[in-house]
Ligand binder design. Sequence first.
Ligand code: CP3
Length: 344
Amino acid sequence: MAQQKTILRALAGETLPTPPIWMMRQAGRYLPEYKATRAQAGDFLSLCYNPELAAEVTLQPIRRYGFDAAILFADILLLPQALGADLWFVTGEGPRLSTITSADELAKLKPTDAIHDTLNPVYETVKILSRELPKETTLIGFAGSPWTVATYMIAGQGTPDQGPAHALKAENRAVFDGIIERITEGTIAYLSKQIEAGAECVKLFDSWAGSLQGEDFTNYSIKPMQQITAALKEKHPGIPVIAFPRGAGTKYAGVHAATGADCVAVDEGVDAAWVAEHVQKNGCVQGNLKSSHMVTGGDALVSETRRICDALSGGPHIFNLGHGITPDADPENVQLMIDTVRGS
Ligand code: CP3
């Protein structure tokens, strides 16, 4: 029975004696075996589009640590590429894309049905993983949430304040809304295929939700996540959804109800005791440990891990970091965190 997997039990609202655990970016550059496979693939995008190797790096942290979930190895920027944007990564700097800021450029995006031509290798990775993962491990698929993906498509790169996307929203609302709509539709199609290929849960990463204020937060973070969640649940009844509006602050309190997500992932900017009182009362929560503890380790890592587990012990909880693990993390600190959560 699928429901015996601990992550799926927590997502269904069960309070478990020990929270299940996984980690954002658990397959990544802090692991020597990841770096070796990435070198074999040549570059990051070649790794994402090579099903055998992408499955291999997804499995590496499961073999090393026995996490309760594996997250598909891919990137949120593969969808813009599948819609027709040029995408490349500059070493030491990050992603670069061709920009979309006009009605003409928006009209040139490929139709939603065409995205699968590019994304088929990702679905192949999911199929391999659903065969090869241990039976107790949950397979999580994911996509970027429309606002976050739009910030990259509009600026052509990561930006500290998402200025170009805010500017387009202010200056040409019709084009901005059109971009959000195209990403929303593409995300529904992309995640549906991941689920059909074997993903047992999906997560929406809205990494830049924190720069949306007032109505913008409702219209551009919450609403697209709600539309995607509703469409997926209609097509795939029972599929659990995790929403991660990073930087939402006190607005985390209403996210379960407003999006229909089964679990809300919280960053390190909110206190675990506040999360228990205001967010977990509405459903499962995940996250909160500062990623920097994976670099610094020691007593602070142990006491913070315990504090979060204690604060969230009264309801459904999946242990995770507040954001992705960084390349300078020490793999031994990850083991220490897991041992602390599991009480050994
Ligand atoms: O969590 C996981 O392990 C699943 C795989 C995953 C990756 N990226 C792999 C990756 C996921 C879920 C993402 C999401 C992602 N990608 C987000 C949203 C989540 C977040 O972290 O806020 C964003 C904004 C991106 C876009 C992106 N991709 C950036 C900004 C970068 C960093 C560039 C750099 O050089 O540091 C990437 C690259 C990337 N995506 C790496 C990994 C493991 C590192 C690439 C490498 O091996 O060089």
